[in-house]
Design a protein around this ligand. Structure first.
Ligand code: FES
Length: 574
């Protein structure tokens, strides 16, 4: 019998016929007929659960995918993997992305499936699923759960979670009472689905469609829109075709499709987390994505999508305006048209079919961009020899050429203890510096969006230059430099900065520097010792194998790029 369906990957007892006989006997216990058990198997990887509000619609998506699989002649078999509900994980969801990727990879490989549908969407789940599926190497197709719809409060439209931050900042500034901020809370995230703005989940959904790993049009339909279920059914049907064709992800995710995805990441004004995830995804197939290359693509890609936090609209509007298809057509001259998607067609073929309607208030034309170029920029300099990231499109332009006095917080606890201290010596032109919040230092939390000190909020200050080795939520905004590498916890130059030092940012020169000589930095770091590695479990694995932000924070033994460097022997997280 051909090595497909149930006969795939049999346990070896030394008697192949018996192995299959045994497996079929147990499969029969689920009530499947012989005819069903002869079909190609489509695994449906789910990541739902009580700790993941974004994935609340997973059961109905599974039903729709299964319908598509059955109609196309396959046998759908759902299987769970771990789930990463962004707000419910400590120390950070990023810490567990690689764990989920390993779970996905191993379960795809270990179980007898001919193709797999990956149902996910909340920030880290989608990259984890893609990373795992790319490494597993079986035909795979992504189905995102889709974005939330917006809500409203006192006549203003609200969407998780750019508005969470904007209103919280107003609350911190004393503009909102306790009662009103509590009333607002129940209107920020009002439906199933992922965050309603161009946060990390939306960014990765668009990037995934641009990579070719989901069906055309799959990124943007809201979670509660009927189109989401139709796409789920079509995804199931297409998975059966993939099982027959053997179209594996390595033929879809190529240097060219990664570049297309990078163009889309910039054109949507996407999340800085997208840089880390796309680097890790590409790394699974040995496709290098250096920060220098990243800058070259960013410098030639306009921002066209007017969504929060860079612009003003929400994902439901992007969908109604034409979604990723309309955007791709605007970007067409910049794209590789011969890349192939899971739909089995080239991008060029897709673009010939894209309907003409484009909502111009949300998707700008290439001749009238929202921002001409450089949405996201990699910075280098004596503070970031291996690079740092700045979401220039979402920052106060005034701060993009800036020199200011450093106000240093040694770690997250220090930040929490002192940021609102009335005695804190801080002025609007100062630079807030957070240390020890990188991958080793603290699991790289989304803490790079340091709060503006209350005493400055009260003076009307709404943006300051803030720098750290942490990440930032894709829903956040401001003059925030992130992912500084090497990080402070492994003795990067960031660890040498002291309050009162002068920090210089130049977007024009793409540099981030502290006004210190190399010798002064070295002297301050003399005797620096990394904290010890945890003694057991996943924390130990993480600490020993995590790569830097510029390498996508994958584990060294999971990436296909042997040149990547682990961060060393620091602790995983406090
Ligand atoms: Fe899941 Fe924002 S919390 S996408």
């Amino acid at each position: 019998m051909a090595d497909v369906g149930l006969s795939r990957g049999l346990t070896n007892y030394g008697d192949r016929a018996f192995s299959l006989y045994l497996r079929r006997a147990f499969a029969q216990s689920m009530g499947f007929s012989d005819a069903m058990l002869e079909r190609p198997i489509v695994g449906i990887a789910t990541a739902g659960g009580g700790f993941n509000n974004c994935h609340r619609t997973t059961p109905e998506l599974v039903t729709a995918v299964s319908r598509g699989v059955l109609a196309a002649g396959g046998l759908p078999l759902e299987f769970p993997t771990i789930s990463l509900g962004e707000p419910f994980l400590t120390p950070t969801s990023l810490v567990f992305r690689n764990l989920m990727a390993m779970d996905v990879e191993e379960m795809i490989r270990a179980q007898p499936m001919d193709a797999v549908v990956l149902i996910g969407g909340c920030d880290k789940t989608l990259p984890a699923q893609l990373m795992g599926a790319l490494s597993a190497g079986k035909p795979a197709i992504s189905l995102v759960v889709g974005p939330m719809m917006t809500g409203s409060f006192e006549g203003e439209r609200l969407g998780a979670c750019t508005d969470c931050r904007a209103w919280w900042a107003r609350y911190r500034a004393g503009e909102l009472s306790d009662e009103r901020i509590r009333a607002l809370e129940s209107n920020l995230a009002t439906t199933a689905g992922t965050c309603a703005v161009m946060g990390t989940a939306s960014t990765m959904a668009c990037v995934t469609e641009a990579l070719g790993m989901s069906l055309p049009g799959a990124a943007t339909p809201p979670a509660v829109h009927a189109e989401r279920l139709r796409i789920a059914e079509a995804t199931g049907a297409r998975a059966v075709a993939l099982a027959h064709d053997g179209l594996t992800p390595d033929r879809i995710v190529t240097r060219e499709s990664v570049e297309n995805a990078l163009r889309v990441l910039f054109a949507i004004g996407g999340s800085t987390n997208g840089v880390i995830h796309l680097t890790a995804i590409a790394g699974r197939l040995g496709i290098p994505l250096t920060l220098e290359y990243f800058n070259a693509i960013s410098a030639t890609t306009p921002v066209l999508v007017n969504l929060k936090p860079v612009g003003s609209a929400y994902m439901e509007h992007f969908h109604a305006a034409g979604g990723v298809g309309a955007l791709l057509r605007e970007l067409a001259p910049l794209l590789h048209r011969d890349t192939v998607s899971v739909a089995g067609e080239t991008l060029g073929e897709r673009l010939e079919r894209v309907p003409a309607y484009v909502g111009r208030d949300v998707i700008r034309s290439a001749t009238e961009p929202l921002v001409e170029r450089d949405a996201l920029v990699a910075l280098f300099g004596n503070l970031a020899p291996n690079g740092a990231i700045l979401k220039a499109a979402a920052a106060d332009e005034r701060l993009m050429e800036h020199e200011g006095r450093a106000v240093v917080f040694a770690d997250l606890a220090d930040l929490a203890a002192r940021i609102d201290d009335p005695g804190l010596d801080v002025e609007p032109d100062d630079v807030l510096v957070l240390q020890n919040a990188g991958p080793i230092g603290a699991g790289m939390p989304e803490a790079g969006y340091l709060p503006i000190p209350k005493k400055l909020l009260a003076r009307g200050v709404r943006d300051m230059l803030r720098i750290s080795d942490a990440r930032m939520s894709g829903t956040a905004y401001g003059a925030v430099v992130l992912h500084i590498s090497p990080e402070a916890a492994i003795g990067g130059p960031l660890a040498a900065v002291r309050s009162g030092d002068r920090i210089r940012l130049s977007l024009r020169e793409k540099r981030l520097d502290v006004v210190l000589t190399g010798a002064e930095i070295a002297e301050r770091l003399r005797g620096f010792a990394q904290p010890p590695v945890p003694s057991r479990g996943y924390a130990k694995l993480y600490a020993e194998h995590i790569l830097g932000a510029e390498s996508g924070c994958d584990f060294d033994f999971l990436t296909r790029d042997p040149g990547r460097r682990t961060l060393g022997t620091g602790r995983a997280w406090p």
